[in-house]
Design a binder for this molecule. Sequence first.
Ligand SMILES: [Zn+2]
Length: 226
Amino acid sequence: MKQEKDAAVPAGAQEKDEAIPAGEREKDAAVPAGAQEKDAAVPAGAREKDAEIPAGAREQSEDLCVHEKFMREALRQAKKAYALEETPIGCVIVQDGRIIARGYNRRNTDKNTLAHAELTAIRKAAKKLGDWRLEGCTMYVTLEPCQMCAGAMVQARLTEAVIGSMNPKAGCAGSVLNILEMPQFNHQVRVIRGVLKEECGGLLSRFFRELREKKAGKIRMGQGEI
Ligand SMILES: [Zn+2]
């Protein structure tokens, strides 16, 4: 039901939601539903703020809190990859508000092109559900998926993908291609971009910076020996 409602929200409204500062969003979510009705229980400042936010945007703010919560779980997975000195990419698959599968990048560790976070999570989710169709499921992934994973997400009939940071050089959810939302295919995955993008992107930047420093260190050491 909620997902259908979301689909009906025009793109403009989504942009509006992003324009709401994080602090304000948190405040909004912290007010219990009952208290919102009881004006007396809400401080005057908050009431004014509420009045400025249309009802649709408020629902979206709540959605954003949920998205951030699950994206943090995807980030936890990405940190597992980081600990293995793998490019830190992680994801979780959520159904009915529960995580049913997790995955993180293990490409070098497993010496396997297919060991991307998304494919691992899709495999685990299918096993858990006893069905290859992941209808009604949302994937939270820290980096925009590649062509292989985006293809698998369409094949799995995933309902929704929430993406952290975009990957302009290789992403296939709107950067190089938009495999997830091609109208020519029989299934489209709804895409939400930019959830916790600073954290997701920051982890990747740190990883690559450290990698460069390590390489530079090795080169310096090599020169020293000569
Ligand atoms: Zn991939």
